[in-house]
Every structure is written in C-alpha cells, then in structure tokens.
Write a protein that binds this ligand. Structure first.
Ligand SMILES: N[C@@H](CCC(=O)N[C@@H](CS)C(=O)NCC(=O)O)C(=O)O
Length: 272
C-alpha cells in the first residue's frame, strides 16, 4: 500500500469537491472532535446535537476519497456502488470528506501511483491510502464507532446474492435461460428476511449491510428498468419499501449516481 507521501498535483486531479456537514454537525477547526457514543448525541426534534470534547488524538480530519467520476456530466460523482457505499458510511458517521474524481477510462498517473490496482474507492486514512470498500468501511467502524453501523455476523449475508444474480439477468440475452427466476428467488428470500427482521437488515437502525446493498439495489432498479423494462414485482412489498426507504435517506440522495451514468456504466455488460 502506498503512503500519503505520493501526492497528486492540483492540475492532475480530475476534480476535488468539498462536502460540507450541516452547520450544526460541522466539527470545530481547533482540534476539537466529536466525542463519545450515543450518550453524547441528543435529539432535538429532528435535529441532532453533538456534545464535543477537546482532544488532539482522534480529531476527524477531512477524509480524501478517490471515487469514480461521472461520464455524462463534468465534475460529478460517477456510478460506482462501492464508492457510494464508502461515502454513505462517511455521511452516516458525520465524517467530513473531499472527493477526488477519477475518469476510470483514462486513469491518471497520480491515481495509479496511489493504487496500482487501478480500482476505486480509495480513501486516505491516517496518512495511508486504503483501497477496497470492505477494508475502508471496517477501518472507519473501528476508528469511529459512533454511531455504530456494524451488522452482526449472523445477519451479514442477508441479500448477499442479489447483486450477482442481477448482473446475470442483466447480461442474459435468452429470456428463457432462468436468470430472471434466479434473481426473483434471491429477492423473494430477502423479502421474507425483511418481513421477519426489518425494516433494515439489522432491525430498526440502518447498518453496514444496508449501506452496501442500497447502492446495488439502486443500480438494479435503474439498469433492469432501462435495459429489460423490468421492475421488482409488487408481490415483494418488503423489498420495495426497503428500497424506497434507503433511496430517500439524506445520505443516499447526497451520494447517489446520476441515472444516465448508471445506464451508461452497465451498457458494455449488456452489449458484451
Ligand atoms: N472490491 C472492490 C471493488 C471496486 C470496484 O470494482 N471498483 C470499480 C468501479 S465500480 C473499478 O474501480 N473499476 C476500475 C477498473 O477495474 O479498471 C471494492 O469493494 O472496493
């Protein structure tokens, strides 16, 4: 893993976008950090107030997140569900960050120096660049456990096969090859799971698995809607309501890809 010593030059960056916290959530700039767990969070109506304590060790600096750039609109976030997962985690944990957008069709040299694997997302964490959404989100959970987003291991596999079965159906050119039914079976199992355990995977509160699954379901909805004229059937109301709830979350609206990018992103898979 490369370290933060490798720095992209300003001109080499495709783009940097500042993301600001709501004023009442903005960390002070003088080494003061968000402190403690839920006991430090009090709700006033729909607003969340944070009690702060002075500390120099774990101040939440601005994270740098290297993510996919839009291919349809300049300087916009692109359509990578793994990038959105990481951004959702930062948002839900109220951690400030700056985006560095990378054109994946023309990867800049500075990016390949940071991550020779060439994949996004990559996040600068404790002066080190870390790749892979699994590793990044786990590191964030360990370092910033409040609010907790951990999904208990026994629930972590809920909905796990939806993404791969969606891709199978999307790529399929033969309507009778069974890929639609395989996807329906996975969605149906997830519907049963949510009926018993919902509204989120871990019950009442959103957790890490929802932040991973939400962007994938968003891609599913747009891509199969566009390329197959297909929607999640009404016979799966818990899945439909789960999607609606996650897609309308403030963090999701702020980090979601443009519809045109999702459609463009899946085109090679559909045509290939
Ligand atoms: N397992 C990785 C997957 C990341 C991934 O596949 N990212 C895609 C964009 S959605 C990428 O960077 N593709 C560029 C390439 O393969 O050249 C994660 O969870 O972060």
């Amino acid at each position: 893993m490369s370290t933060a010593r490798i720095h992209p030059t300003a001109s080499a960056l495709s783009s940097t976008i500042k993301h600001h916290l709501a004023p009442n959530l903005r960390p002070p700039t003088n080494g003061v950090v968000f402190a403690g767990g839920p006991s430090h969070l009090r709700r006033f109506g729909t607003r969340r107030a944070l009690t702060v304590a002075v500390s120099s060790s774990s101040a939440p600096k601005r994270f740098e997140a290297i993510v996919k750039a839009s291919v349809t609109v300049p300087d916009k976030l692109g359509d990578c569900p793994f990038c959105q997962r990481v951004l959702l985690t930062l948002e839900e944990k109220h951690l400030p960050y700056d985006l560095k957008l990378v054109d994946l069709a023309n990867k800049p040299e500075w990016f390949l120096k940071i991550n020779p694997g060439g994949k996004v997302p990559v996040v600068k964490f404790d002066e080190e660049w870390i790749a892979d959404s699994d590793v990044i989100t786990q590191s964030l959970e360990e370092k910033y456990p409040d609010p907790p987003l951990r999904t208990p291991p026994e629930k972590a596999s809920a909905g796990l096969k939806i993404f791969s079965t969606f891709i199978g159906f999307l790529k399929s050119k033969d309507p009778s090859d069974g890929t639609e039914q395989v996807l329906l079976n996975e969605l149906s199992s997830f519907n049963d799971y949510l009926k018993e355990n919902g509204p989120f995977v871990n019950g009442k509160e959103v957790s890490a698995v929802d932040l991973s699954l939400g962007p994938k379901l968003y891609h599913l909805e747009i891509a199969v809607g566009h390329y197959k004229n297909w929607t999640v059937p009404d016979s799966l109301p818990y899945v439909k309501s789960y999607m609606k709830t996650i897609f309308s979350r403030e963090s999701f609206v702020k980090t979601r890809a443009l519809t045109e990018d999702v459609i463009a992103g899946w085109r090679p898979k559909v045509l290939g």
